[in-house]
Every structure is written in structure tokens, then in C-alpha cells.
Design a protein around this ligand. Sequence first.
Ligand SMILES: NC(=O)c1ccc[n+]([C@@H]2O[C@H](COP(=O)([O-])OP(=O)(O)OC[C@H]3O[C@@H](n4cnc5c(N)ncnc54)[C@H](O)[C@@H]3O)[C@@H](O)[C@H]2O)c1
Length: 439
Amino acid sequence: MSVREIPNIAPPEGKLGVLLPGLGAVSTTFIAGVEAVKKGKAEPVGSLTQIGHVRLGKRTEDRNPLIKELVPLTDISNLVYGGWDIYEDNCYDAALNAGVLQCDLLDQVKAEMQAVTPMPAVFEHRFVTRIDGPNIKKGANKMELAEALIDDIRNFKQRTGAARAVMVWCGSTEIFQKPGDVHQSPAAFERGLAENDPEIAPSQIYAYAALKSGVPFANGAPNLTVDTPALIALSKAEGVPIAGKDYKTGQTFIKTLLAPGLKSRLLGLDGWFSTNILGNRDGEVLDDPDSFKTKEESKLSALDVIFQPKLYPELYGDFDHKVRINYYPPRGDNKEGWDNIDIFGWLGYKMQIKVNFLCRDSILAAPLVLDLALFLDLAQRAGMSGILEWLSFYFKSPMAAQGLYPEHDIFIQLMKLKNTLRWMKGEDLITHLGLEYYD
Ligand SMILES: NC(=O)c1ccc[n+]([C@@H]2O[C@H](COP(=O)([O-])OP(=O)(O)OC[C@H]3O[C@@H](n4cnc5c(N)ncnc54)[C@H](O)[C@@H]3O)[C@@H](O)[C@H]2O)c1
């Protein structure tokens, strides 16, 4: 199908399996939250698919349905979960350990959380050096490990009765990697799996298994994972959507709110210094310089794209951009981020903005996991495959077609997402031209 034809969207019949490599803070906060919402114990704050509206037609028409009324999304009552982790804790114990949610809420969904137990993980210590665990698959080579994951997916669907599944990577951040020869084509990648190529990371094996199983894949971490020519080509060949990478939650979320505003007024930038303290397991993993490098690259990219220094060298040609993350255990999941922004205005007069965001990492990320799962499934039922750039709204480091710079401005990303939903239903796209109101 050409993506420009309005698609026929298959109805969301049956259960949808949400497969989560990594059952840590984000995954367990997501599952507990959805189960609490299902029981009427909490509201799905932050989720576009659950509480977001979309305007249709002219401003005078007063048509603002919920997104879930416009497009046929799977209802959350039909979600079932599966996952892998290197630790053996079930999701209830993992959530207690992550310390994000309070016990009284967790206890109300205890049975549902305890029912989700981790399948043995594909893991290689070299790629995530700060953690180690007992629940790990063994295989003669990486192809065998991929086949074991494909079996897991098949068995999960049989066990839960899921009609369809999506996979959302919630595992740790792997060390920094650039695509190598093995990542250049599906054939090279498959040869590499069989030959145990050291450049194939565990997250890539999960992504391969998902694509070969017809399961859409989103990457919530900054790892390379599906962002390689090999796996992008495979997603097209298998007719499966992919999206990534790195959830846009705390500091970068705020950055992509502020930066487009400063740019819109053509205020200049001398520097942007961002620092964080974070005490959860993610913080511990990012304490390794090689994992931090992956995160740093992801965090640094937004400003260059938003400010367009080549077009505005006098305003943005020479700004300092520094990002630091400090592992500080007492803070747990409640990250604190500070930004110092040095800007200048009319006649070069200097000003400063200070931002102190006391956020909760997994509380910000959980609704993104839900939205990504439901939108990936929608996209697949609409016949889409390859990179879903319209989901870049959710990511710090959005994947885009080769040769295309990614869009980082969150307001443009949201417009793109909503226009895609309008297009899927044959509604007029909204350009905000609006001259017709004055004819
Ligand atoms: N929370 C946020 O706001 C946010 C934002 C952007 C990105 N992320 C990314 O999301 C991911 C999850 O974050 P988190 O806070 O839940 O981290 P976490 O450390 O609590 O959970 C990650 C889990 O993944 C497991 N794991 C690691 N490698 C694995 C493998 N190969 N297979 C299966 N399991 C594996 C770990 O054992 C751990 O339990 C991290 O990569 C993080 O950088 C989080």
C-alpha cells in the first residue's frame, strides 16, 4: 500500500500483547498504571490515546472527538503483558524494588502484577556493564538466541490468547555504537547472527525477533537497536512498523518546549547547561561512561535541529551545550534536573533562564509506553510499515528517513501526529492557514 492512500484500518479484535524487554521502573509503572486505570483507581494522565482530543474540520464546526473515538485503538481492557529481564522478580516485586509507586496503589493491582514474570533475557554484559543477573538465555550463537525469542513470542500469544502483539523496549541503555558492516543489510545481519558477530547488541536481537514475528517494535532507549539500514529494510520487507528512539520525558521534554519558543522570537543563545541527579537503576547504568555516551548523543541532538545554526549563525552558530547525569542513589526515580540557559536579545543584551525540574522519570515515561503500544498496533492494522516518523512526538532522538533531518520541535511533532490520524480517517488536514474565516 502506498502510504498516501487512505488506509482501510482493520478493527482491533481480540487481545493485544504488549511485550516488554526490561521489566524495570518504566515497564512496571506502565503495567501498574494501566491496571489501576482499568479498575477505576486512577486516571491515565499524560496519555494522548486515553484522554487526548483532536480537532476536526474548521474551528467553527466544534468537532473535537477523543482520539480513541476517531481512530480504532485497542481498548486497554484488552491489553495483556509479557516481558523479559535478567532478574527473576515478577512485576510486583520489581515495582516495589523500583520504588516509583506507593504500596497502597501497587497492592490494588498485586495479582495482575505478580502474574507477569520475566522470560529469560538475551543479555551480554559487555553492552550494559553495571548490572548482571541470573535469568539469561544460553545459545550456541546469536541466531539461536533470536529463534528462542521468536519461540517466546509465539508461546506468549498462545498462552495469553493475544491476537496481535507489539514490542516496546524498556531495557537498559546499551553502550554507544555506530552501525557497522553487519548492520548494512538484512542478509549481512542474519549472517552476523549466525556467526556471533560481536557488533550485534542484545536489543538488536529482540528487534529482529519482533520483526520476524510480525510484531511492531518501538525503542524507548537511545540504543542503536532498529536504527540501522538492516533492520529498517527488514521492517519494510516484513511489513512491520518501527519507531524510536529514547523516550522524551524529563529534561529533554522541557528543552523541546523552551527551545522552539526562544527560536520563534529569534532570541540568541550563548549556552545551555543541563545537569541531573538520578538514583534509580537507569541512573546506575548511565554511570558507565559508554552507556552515558549513548544517552548524551541522544540528548544533544535536539538543540542543533531546533535552532538551525546554519540559517542563523549570528544567533545560534556558536553556543555551548553541555549535558551531565550524576548517579545519586538517595534520589531514586525522582530525578532533579537543572538547566541554565544563557540567551541574548535586542542589541546583544544578555539574559538568563534557570529551570529546576523535580520530576519523576517513570511517571513521565509510563503513558508514553501505553500510547506507543496502541499507536504501533493501529499503524500495523492500517497497513503501515517501516519508520513511523509521526510518532517522533514521543522520542528524544527521532528516527527519520535516510537523508532527512529529524523534527525535534514538539509542537510540530504533535501536529504531525494529529494530521496523520486525520489522514487515516480521510479528514481534512489542518494547516492553520485560516483565511477562510475572513472571506
Ligand atoms: N524513565 C524515563 O523517563 C526514560 C526516558 C528515556 C529513556 N528511558 C530509558 O528507558 C529504559 C528503561 O528505564 P527504566 O528506568 O525502567 O530502567 P530500569 O533500570 O529500571 O529497567 C531496565 C530493566 O531492563 C533490564 N535489562 C537490561 N538489559 C536487558 C536485556 N538485554 N534483556 C532484558 N532485560 C534487560 C534490567 O535488568 C532492568 O530491570 C532505559 O534504557 C532508560 O534509559 C527512560
